[in-house]
Write a protein that binds this ligand. Structure first.
Ligand code: R5P
Length: 317
């Protein structure tokens, strides 16, 4: 087995390698002066089971291209099997046509990766489960919820918790987390009038006097989370915190979080955090490396990946 990483999230890849008691294989991924990408695999990979770790977060197009070129290099170097590991899979929210004459970019990205020569995919908290079907190669979908549940139980040990989905689309995800930690569920019914603008309408469920924990897969411009937090505070919540697997944190996100009703926002390190985001005291990062590394090991050993999610504390963090 060989682990390789692109440049998008090296610290996470190194942490995963450490968990597995190994180091990342040597590769030279650099830019020519015209910004074209060049990849040279420095270790022998002939006949090896190779895992290429890359979050296709900002700059998504560059990170995708880096991965495609690395796959091509690995293929031509006779790697036996190439698994693309996506701690964060960008373009995932473009998973259907929102209107006439629009693309399904998530499917296009899946096609390109497959065409480049990937044999398998390991992905963390895809925006929608059906994206698994966009890949015509085996895909293992793993969830951050065991790590998140463990963190909630450690930092919010009271019995007054309500897990809240910040929109109707995230109810299944929030319900699964609530079930895992035996908490109640509430839903913020949000209507988005147009892209980039979110509007909170109603709270479904009991939140008055309760400690509310919002849970979403992605926090991007932070409009969804901060509007939901404001609605919960207005609805009489005793406190409001939030968890999201992927901290995209673009545009106005940091200012919104600073000025929000949120006591704390917890994200995983599926996306490498910017220096500006690190300065926001309300944001805390938990590591997804043990869980992803364990899943990767099970793919390599061809043992069960799904059993990793049978118990909240299956992996020690
Ligand atoms: C949308 O369906 C996702 O699950 C997130 O709720 C959304 O991407 C968050 O975006 P933002 O932080 O920009 O409101």
């Amino acid at each position: 087995m060989k682990l390789l990483s692109g440049n998008s999230n090296l610290p996470l890849a190194q942490e995963m390698a450490g968990y597995l008691g190994t180091t990342l294989a040597n590769a030279n991924i650099k830019r020519f002066s015209d910004m074209e990408i060049f990849v040279e695999i420095l270790d022998n990979v002939r006949g090896q089971d190779v895992f290429f770790i890359q979050s296709t977060s900002y700059p998504a197009n560059d990170n995708i291209m880096e991965m495609l070129i690395a796959i091509d290099a690995l293929k031509r170097a006779s790697a036996k099997r190439i698994t693309c590991v996506f701690p964060y899979f960008g373009y995932a929210r473009q998973d259907r046509k929102p209107g006439p004459r629009t693309p399904i970019s998530a499917k296009l990205v899946a096609n390109i990766i497959t065409k480049a020569g990937a044999d398998r995919v390991l992905a963390l908290d895809l925006h929608a489960g059906q994206i698994q079907g966009f890949f015509d190669i085996p895909l293992d979908h793993v969830y951050a919820s065991p790590a998140i549940a463990e963190d909630i139980l450690e930092h919010y040990p009271n019995k007054n918790l309500v897990i809240v989905s910040p929109d109707v689309g995230g109810v299944v995800r929030a319900r699964a987390l609530a079930k895992r930690i035996d908490a109640d569920l509430a839903i913020v019914d949000k209507r988005r009038e147009r892209a980039g603008i979110s509007e909170v309408l109603n709270i479904i469920g009991e939140v008055e006097g309760r400690d509310c924990i919002l849970f979403d897969d992605i926090i991007d411009s932070a409009g969804t989370m901060c509007n939901a937090a404001a609605a919960l505070a207005k609805g009489g919540a005793a406190s409001v915190s939030a968890y999201a697997t992927h901290g995209v944190l673009s545009g106005p996100a940091l200012d919104r979080i600073r000025n929000s009703a949120l006591k704390e926002l917890v994200v995983t390190n599926s996306i490498r955090m910017s220096e500006d985001a690190k300065k926001v005291e309300k944001i805390r990062v938990i590591s997804i490396a043990p869980l992803l590394a364990e899943a990767l090991k099970r793919v390599a050993e061809e043992t069960s990946v799904s059993s990793l999610f049978d118990e909240p504390l299956a992996v020690k963090h």
